[in-house]
Ligand binder design. Structure first.
Ligand code: AMP
Length: 282
């Protein structure tokens, strides 16, 4: 399908001028680029509910606890613009680090208890400080009506929803389903750094989540977690950071299967690439 070419906005001023021309609802899709179908699904969801869609491409330095990960983060701007042009996006904000942070590339400190302490918060110290800092700056600049985030980064979605709520921001936060390839691997910009052999090994991550979900209420949770680690994760050569069944809102881990809903979360390294995934269970 042919769409109108999106406006490319690189400065605060260009964004400000564009934003003042919008009179309906603005759906915002923040990304770090290296776009794939997961990102595009957010754009489609935004288009379905908002008058216009604004995406951003900004590799946020303050959310990388690992400098090498920041240096190696894939950057594919021309391809990203082409993808967004084909997906009904109305404008793309592509600022420089200076444009977002001006002269102070630093994060503020946020502490939301278990939400920021557990899982990604534990294994990536400072990560959520960087995420909330950049989201607060992007929200201030873009003034969205609705902002769309992927459940793939389940904890990030909860942290941002919580922060938006406690600050009483007039912005609705919408969580969108995780998009996977035909083999089940959750799409991620970091997948482009995996070799073919590593991509096959990475399938152990989503397989573990599906297997765990199938065993809910049948086998012991702790025994199933240990079984998965020994039978799927380690044989595939994935270096596991965590695999858990947690409360869908507080993210506190369950020791035994809950009778109601929960979320399964996983993070692990495949070669030099860190991957995460999630699965909601009713
Ligand atoms: P990123 O560019 O990785 O920061 O991601 C930008 C947004 O896209 C975040 O809200 C992510 O949660 C979301 N996202 C990334 N991968 C996927 C996926 N496979 N399915 C759905 N949303 C995704």
């Amino acid at each position: 399908m042919n769409h109108k070419t999106p406006e490319i906005l690189r400065t605060r001023n260009e964004l400000h001028v564009w934003r003042n021309q919008q009179h309906g609802s603005v759906g915002f899709v923040p990304t770090m680029g290296a776009l794939h179908d997961g990102h595009i699904s957010l754009v489609h969801e935004a288009k379905a509910t908002c008058d216009v869609v604004l995406a951003s491409i900004f590799v946020n330095p303050t959310q990388f606890n690992d400098k090498k990960d920041l240096e190696k983060y894939p950057r594919t701007e021309a391809q990203d613009i082409a993808l967004l042009s084909n997906s009904a996006c109305d404008a793309i904000f592509i600022p420089s680090v200076e444009e977002v942070y001006q002269n102070n590339v630093a994060s503020l400190d946020f502490n939301f208890g278990s939400l920021t302490r557990l899982w990604e918060g534990k294994f990536r110290p400072g990560h959520f400080n960087g995420v909330i800092t950049v989201v607060s700056k992007l929200f201030e600049l873009t003034q969205p009506t609705v902002a769309f985030f992927g459940k793939k980064d389940y904890q990030q979605l909860l942290v941002i929803s919580h922060w938006t709520k406690i600050n009483q921001l007039p912005i609705a936060i919408v969580g969108c389903e995780t998009i996977r390839n035909h083999e089940g691997l959750a799409m991620s910009s970091r997948n482009s750094r995996l070799s073919e052999v590593e991509k096959t090994a990475a399938l152990a991550i989503s397989k573990s989540l599906y297997f765990l979900r199938e065993r809910k209420g049948i086998d012991s949770l702790q025994e199933t977690l240990a079984f998965i680690k020994n039978q799927f994760i380690e044989p595939a050569g994935v270096r596991l950071e965590y695999l858990c069944c947690a409360d869908s809102e507080s993210l506190e881990p369950f020791k035994e299967w809950p009778s109601g809903s929960c979320v399964l979360l996983v993070a692990g390294w495949v070669g030099g690439v860190r991957l995460i995934d999630e699965l909601e269970v009713n």
